[in-house]
Design a protein around this ligand. Structure first.
Ligand code: 57M
Length: 359
C-alpha cells in the first residue's frame, strides 16, 4: 500500500523513491511484522487468558509437558494478523503472487483455527479428523498448483540444487508435486511445533533464506548471472517472506522457553503452507528440503516411528517421535534441544544460500 501511495510522490520528493527498492520494503515489512508482535503480544496473551483459550496437553506425552497445561495458545492468530498487515502495507498490491500467498496462508490458518477451537472446546487433543484436515489442505494446495501451472510464464520445470543443467519437466504432474510440497511442508512444520521456540527458529531462518531467493528469482540480471530460473514478479514475494521472518522473531519474544504462548495449529499450518508456496513460486522447491531440513527430519522421524511401530507390533526406533521428544526422553533439557535444533537450522540455511554459487 505504501508503495502504491508513496512511490508516485517520488517525482516531487526524491526521498519516496526509496519505496521502489524491494530490499527497502523487505526491511520495512520485517520490522513492521516484528513490532506488531512485540507490542501486541502481551495484550493478546491477556486476551487469550481472559477467554481461557489454554493448551490441552495429552497424557501420553513427556512428563515435562504436563506443566504446560493451560498455557495460552492460538498465538498464530496474531502471527497471521502481523504477516498479512505487514505484507499489505509494504508490497506492490498489483502482484498476483502476493494475493495467491495471502489466500493460501489464510486458508491453512482457517483449517488450523477450526482444529484448535475444537480441541479447546472439547478439552482434548482431538480436533478436526485427520482425514478432514488433509482434504481441506489438499483443496487449498490444489488452488495454488492450478493457478501457478496456468499462470503465463510459469511451467512444470523443476530446478535441482547444485545441478544447473537438470530441469526435469513434470508437465501436469507439477500440480500434484505442488500439492505434495505445500501439504507436506504444512504438516512437517505442524509436527515440529512441540517445544518452546522450536518451530519459530527454523521458520525465521527459512523465511529469510527464501526472501533472498525470491529477490534473486525476480531479478532478470542476477537470476541469469546465477543461473536460477527467472520468475517475473517473484521479487515481491521477498517482501512477504521478510514479513514472515519478522513475525517469527516477534513471536519468539513470547514463545521462547518458558513459553508464555503457543502458536497453535492456526500458526503452524499456515506458516508451513506459506513456506511451501514460496518455494513453488520461486521454483526452489527441492531447496526447501535443505532450508527446512529440521522440518523434514521431524516428519521423517514420525513416519519411520509409526511405520516401524505398526510393522513390529509396538517396537520403536526412537524413544519417542517426533525427534525432539527423543532427546527430551534422553534427558536433554528443553532449551538445549531447541537451541541445538536452531544451530542445525542455521547451518542448513547457510548451505542453502551456498547453492546459489554452487551450480
Ligand atoms: C502437532 N503438537 C504438539 C501447540 C502447538 C502421529 C503423531 C506423531 C502426531 C503428533 C501430534 O499430535 N502432533 C500435533 C504437535 C503440542 O503443541 C500444540 O500443537 C500446536 C502445533 N500444532 O502450537 O498448540 C504440544 O507441544 C508442546 N509445545 C511446547 N511448546 C510450544 O511452543 O511445549 C508446543 C509448542 C503442546 C506442548 O506440550 O501440548 C504435540 O506434541 O502434540 N503426536 C505427537 O507428536 C506425540 N508423539 C507420539 O505420539 N509419538 C508416538 C507415535 C509416533 C507412535 C511414539 O513415538 O511412540 C507427542 N506429542 C504429545 N504427546 N503431545 C508425544 C505424545
Amino acid at each position: 500500500m505504501l508503495y502504491y501511495f508513496l512511490y508516485p510522490l517520488s517525482s516531487d520528493f526524491a526521498i519516496f523513491n526509496v519505496f521502489r527498492y524491494i530490499t527497502f520494503r523487505c526491511i520495512g515489512a520485517a520490522v513492521t511484522a516484528f513490532l506488531i508482535l512485540f507490542f501486541l503480544g502481551e495484550p493478546f496473551i491477556r486476551f487469550i487468558r481472559h477467554h481461557q483459550i489454554g493448551q490441552v496437553v495429552r497424557d501420553d506425552g513427556p512428563a515435562s509437558h504436563f506443566s504446560k497445561r493451560g498455557v495460552p495458545t492460538m498465538g498464530g492468530m496474531l502471527i497471521l494478523f502481523s504477516i498479512v498487515n505487514a505484507t499489505l502495507l509494504w508490497t506492490n498490491l498489483t502482484n498476483h503472487f502476493i494475493w495467491l500467498i495471502l489466500c493460501v496462508t489464510l486458508w491453512f490458518g482457517t483449517i488450523g483455527a477450526v482444529d484448535d477451537f475444537r480441541k479447546i472446546s472439547k478439552k482434548n487433543s482431538h480436533g478436526l479428523s485427520a482425514r478432514g484436515k488433509m482434504i481441506m489442505q489438499i483443496i487449498g494446495a490444489s488452488m495454488v498448483g492450478v493457478f501457478l501451472y496456468t499462470h503465463p510464464g510459469f511451467d512444470g520445470h523443476l530446478s535441482v540444487p547444485f545441478l544447473k543443467n537438470i530441469h526435469p519437466d513434470l508437465g501436469l504432474w507439477y500440480i500434484l508435486f505442488a500439492i505434495l510440497v505445500i501439504v507436506g511442508s504444512s504438516n512437517a512444520v505442524n509436527l515440529t511445533d512441540g517445544l518452546d521456540g522450536l518451530v519459530t527458529g527454523p521458520t525465521v531462518i527459512s523465511g529469510t533464506v527464501y526472501a533472498v531467493f525470491s529477490y534473486l528469482a525476480g531479478h532478470a540480471v542476477l537470476s541469469g548471472y546465477l543461473n536460477i530460473p527467472f520468475i517475473s514478479g517473484a521479487g515481491e514475494v521477498a517482501v512477504f517472506s521478510s514479513a514472515l521472518a519478522g513475525a517469527g522473531l516477534g513471536f519468539l519474544w513470547f514463545n521462547s522457553f518458558p513459553a508464555q504462548i503457543f502458536m497453535g495449529d492456526v500458526g503452524s499450518l499456515p506458516l508451513g503452507a506459506a513456506l511451501g508456496t514460496v518455494a513453488i513460486i520461486t521454483k526452489q522447491e527441492i531447496l526447501l528440503a535443505i532450508v527446512g531440513g529440521i522440518f523434514v527430519m521431524e516428519a521423517l522421524s514420525v513416519m519411520l516411528q509409526v511405520g516401524y511401530f505398526k510393522m513390529t507390533g509396538g517396537k520403536r526406533i526412537f524413544l519417542m517421535a517426533p525427534f525432539h521428544h527423543h532427546f527430551e526422553k534422553k534427558g536433554w533439557a528443553e532449551p538445549k534441544v531447541v537451541v541445538r535444533f536452531w544451530i542445525i537450522s542455521i547451518i542448513l540455511g547457510l548451505v542453502a544460500l551456498g547453492t546459489i554459487k554452487l551450480r
